[in-house]
Design a protein around this ligand. Structure first.
Ligand code: SF4
Ligand code: FE
Length: 484
């Protein structure tokens, strides 16, 4: 396994073609806008090397028998699925940001079981190729961007019906030695923290969408791949001096639009090419795993937000007010409900044919559906407790100013004995999580990450067993005999 420092060094060797503010980035890993998100991924290495967290952060590989980072592991039991959620809560607590590495983990597990089933039923040879790739990922302790979401153009039209055929990522040419890819992946979490990209189809494809039924892996700096860095609220605070106004001093997350401009993929890196009938399972399983993930990562970040709200109340001298206590209780209740969903869908997980464990899909979708709501209420309560100063407070530069600073020190102080700077830092952290750069990873990502709410409702309807429920009712109402 790599150390955090070795991980950073390995990223510096990757020649990404990346753009931010209209300029191509020279040294991605050390850019002040990007670096906080790389620090968050580096934490997954640091914690794996820490004896206190080793048990949660590492696993024994079923491929090599070696100790590996759990972020590269194929889940071998329901216990592994539970440990994954616990690990994500831990890393969320330590970073208060999106630590990005789960998309690759969720992609590995989904591609593993689907390629196995494809090979068994169609006689293709994808599974061995995929496992060879994964073994390298495990041995070299790599970060992989699991890339699913296409730009999608006109949402009412199938991929092959779009006016521009590239609005869904596709195979534009098949050659003897490999395939050529055109298209893009949107909202790519951690794209510039990753060594490799593992591309999957974005939705269930039909026979007319064969060219769009493609899954492959490629190094992040393959010729023809272009990254455009996504903006976040208050992101340029990362370029300012000082550590108060950013709210989170070290960590962050990022997303990119990743463009594939005629990218060549050799056959040994292709894990699906035209088998449209397996796209539904791949999308469903990846989405299911990532919806489970949110019952861990968002809960860990929620722990920090609840702590910040409670701490801000103390700094304001109101921690004993009964309404404050009640709001904190409500925040904990909501956060632990999300965790319960993450643990529940894991504990009900079952082995797939490849031996890799899959979560209970219904419960994973219920988990994510709650995540589209509860972090909003937790954020609302945190803002309520924080008070208006969170959004009207002057800058760190004013606080440090020789003439103005002492006034701010005097007039922005809270409870006696609490340094004013501590109060300001806590409010900036709450701002960061609810409205600032980290709100991408906590608030809006809670809505849209791992699929927007309607996507979960479709799955809940599909998995909800409504026919069985109607039958139960008919038996109880005396319309039908209970024959089971
Ligand atoms: Fe991991 Fe959560 Fe970020 Fe997804 S949103 S990559 S689950 S930390
Ligand atoms: Fe996400």
């Amino acid at each position: 396994m790599l150390t955090a420092e070795q991980y950073l060094e390995s990223l510096r060797r990757i020649k990404y073609r990346a753009y931010l503010f209209g300029e191509q980035l020279e040294n991605v890993a050390d850019h002040p806008m990007v670096r906080p998100s790389i620090n968050a991924v580096a934490k997954t290495y640091e914690l794996a090397g820490d004896p206190r967290y080793e048990k949660l952060m590492t696993a024994e590989s079923n491929l090599s028998g070696k100790k590996i980072n759990r972020f590269t592991h194929l889940h071998q039991s329901a216990g592994d699925l539970i440990d994954k959620v616990k690990m994500q809560r831990l890393v969320g607590q330590k970073t208060a940001a999106c630590f990005q590495r789960c998309v690759g983990l969720d992609a590995f597990n989904a591609v593993d079981s689907v390629t196995y089933e494809m090979d068994r039923e169609l006689g293709t040879g994808y599974h061995v190729r995929f496992r060879n790739f994964l073994q390298r990922v495990q041995n070299e302790d790599l970060v992989v961007d699991g890339a699913m979401t296409d730009p999608k153009g006109d949402r009412s039209l199938r991929p092959s019906r779009q006016a521009d055929p590239d609005l869904f990522l596709r195979v534009s040419e098949k050659r003897k030695d490999g395939i050529i890819i055109r298209g893009a992946k949107a909202h790519q979490t951690g794209a510039l923290s990753s060594h490799e990209i593992l591309v999957m189809p974005t939705l269930a494809m039909g026979p007319e969408d064969e060219d769009y039924s493609v899954c492959f892996a490629t190094p992040a700096d393959t010729a023809g791949i272009i990254y455009v860095y996504g903006r976040q609220s208050c992101d340029t605070r990362k370029l300012e001096e000082g550590t108060i106004d950013v709210g989170n001093c070290r960590y962050g997350g990022h997303e990119c639009l990743v463009i594939f401009e005629d990218v060549f993929i050799p056959w040994e890196r292709v894990f699906m090419c035209g088998e449209h009938q397996y796209t539904a399972a791949l999308v469903e399983r990846f989405a299911g795993y990532h919806r489970q993930s949110y019952g861990g990562c968002k809960v860990g970040v929620g722990d920090v937000l609840i702590g910040a709200a409670a701490q801000a109340a103390e700094y304001n001298g109101i921690s004993n007010a009964s309404h404050i206590k009640d709001k904190i209780i409500e925040m904990i209740h909501l956060n632990e409900t999300l965790y319960s969903c993450g643990i529940a869908c894991s504990s009900q997980g079952c082995a797939t044919a490849s031996g890799t464990y899959l979560i209970d899909l219904l419960l994973a979708n219920v988990c994510k559906q709650n995540v589209t709501r509860f972090p909003y209420e937790i954020s609302r309560l945190a803002e309520d407790i924080a008070g208006g100063l969170m959004v009207t407070m002057p800058s760190e530069q004013d606080f440090r100013h020789p003439e103005i600073g002492p006034y701010l020190e005097k007039y922005l102080q809270g409870a006696e004995g609490v340094p004013t700077e501590h109060r300001l830092r806590m409010l900036r952290l709450i701002e960061n999580l609810t409205l600032g750069a980290a709100a991408v990873g906590y608030r809006t990502e809670s809505m849209h990450g791992a699929g927007s709410p309607q996507a979960q409702r479709i799955m809940i309807r599909r998995q909800g067993g409504l026919d069985q429920k109607k039958k139960l009712a008919r038996v109880i109402a005396g319309i039908e005999e209970d024959r089971e």
